[in-house]
Design a protein around this ligand. Structure first.
Ligand code: ADP
Length: 389
């Protein structure tokens, strides 16, 4: 049987309960009765009722005050109030509590049947409208999901197209250098020069493959396997040492500013090294000889804040929106004919995102760039635990 045809009468007057049973059962309704609010709630919890006829005056509780508890059990149950004195105040209070209709005692079988049928129809319509709303929401969700997957697919295809192009470029160059060398028109000096060019292009290819592999590893879900408490300042000092020869070669002024007693952060030492190598490497690469590069670390608003500033070529404003897209290289960087993969900043952003921080950039073409990231510091107890190891 349709469970919504099951009716519960909650009334302490047995003759009312019996009268309602006698009136409704011959019409195919299943009717049960409860003599108190508590008994009524107990029966409703067992489930299966679609409509409740509720007496206002009961010894344990007023029927009106019972409505919220009934709707907590099942918000779709229709509540019809039975009262001896229907006043406007009572009606307002009952409707506010969620009553659907009233029956004023004494009522006829026809009045009772009409109220019950209207209640059931109301419930059918409201359930139908809820079902439609849910179906609409599901359809919208599916459309959004489809759009998201299509965009992902498009991005993936674009990535593979660009990757193939980038991987092919150095190989094609090497092939044409070797071809020229085979043709034997070159002097021994030119031979040497072309071999040198081959080495540069091979190095470019190796760097590209390395960045692609790092990017692939960063796609993996969850923290990196070597995640540990990390002192970012120690890693920064190591990277500065590694890059020193480039700084000297370009006659740059490199300054490192580190706040004392910097808290550790949680993450992979290898990835944080890569983060500094990319940010500092870019600052050195894109700053003209004689310029300045500053790396700093400090605590600001409970976050560890790292920054790399340079007085380099900057990034054109109209291109800054694409800075974190794979293989992107700004036109002024390309014009300088400096080699690059266009993957370094994507890697940096993924490292920061993965460690729960964020990365931002401020840059002005011809004046310089500032890359700033913040990371949550490691909670002290964990840090102590790590020190004890
Ligand atoms: P690349 O290998 O080309 O340096 P990145 O992903 O590290 O790749 O950087 C992407 C582009 O962002 C660079 O090609 C350059 O146009 C711009 N860029 C990054 N860092 C700087 C910087 N410090 N100064 C100026 N331009 C920068």
């Amino acid at each position: 049987m349709d469970p919504h045809l099951n009716i519960l009468v909650i009334d302490d007057e047995t003759n009312i309960c019996e009268g309602i049973k006698r009136a409704l059962r011959p019409q195919g309704f299943s009717v049960e009765a409860a003599g108190s609010g508590q008994e009524g709630l107990q029966k409703l919890r067992e489930g299966g009722f679609g409509l409740v006829l509720l007496d206002v005056m009961m010894p344990d509780i007023s029927g009106i005050d019972l409505i919220p508890a009934i709707h907590q059990i099942d918000p779709d149950i229709i509540c019809i109030i039975i009262t001896g004195y229907a006043t406007v105040e009572l009606a307002i209070r009952a409707i506010k509590q969620g009553a659907y209709n009233f029956l004023t005692k004494p009522f006829s079988v026809d009045e009772l049947t009409l109220a019950v049928n209207q209640g059931i129809e109301h419930q059918r319509l409201s359930l139908e409208s809820k079902r439609l709303q849910a179906a609409e929401a599901e359809a919208r969700h599916l459309i959004d999901e489809k759009t998201r997957l299509e965009e992902l697919d498009k991005a993936k295809k674009l990535f593979f197209r660009l990757m193939t192009h980038e991987l092919q470029a150095p190989l094609s160059a090497i092939q044409s250098y070797l071809q020229l060398m085979l043709e034997e028109y070159l002097t021994p000096e030119q031979h040497k020069e072309f071999l040198q060019k081959c080495i540069v292009r091979l190095d470019e290819e190796r760097k590209l493959i390395g960045d692609l592999m790092e990017l692939g590893r960063l796609q993996a879900i969850g923290p990196a396997p070597d995640t540990a408490p990390v002192q970012l300042d120690e890693i920064l000092h190591k990277v500065v040492g590694d890059l020193e020869s480039q700084v000297v070669q370009k006659n740059l002024k490199l300054t490192v500013e580190i706040q004392e007693q910097l808290p550790a952060v949680n993450g992979s030492p290898k990835l944080f090294k890569s983060l500094w190598e990319n940010l500092l490497g870019n600052a050195i690469k894109y700053t003209l000889p004689g310029g300045e590069v500053t790396a700093s670390l400090q605590v600001e608003k409970d976050q560890v804040v790292g920054q790399v500033r340079d007085t380099g070529i900057g990034i054109p404003a109209e291109e800054q929106g694409r800075l974190f897209s794979e293989f992107f290289r700004a036109k002024n960087a390309k014009a300088l004919s400096l080699r690059g993969t266009g993957l370094g900043l994507v890697i940096v952003k993924r490292i920061i995102d993965g460690a729960g921080g964020n990365l931002r950039v401020e840059s002005e073409e011809g004046k310089g760039s500032t890359f700033t990231f913040n990371l949550p510091p490691l909670a002290k107890p964990e840090l102590q635990g790590a020190d004890e190891k």
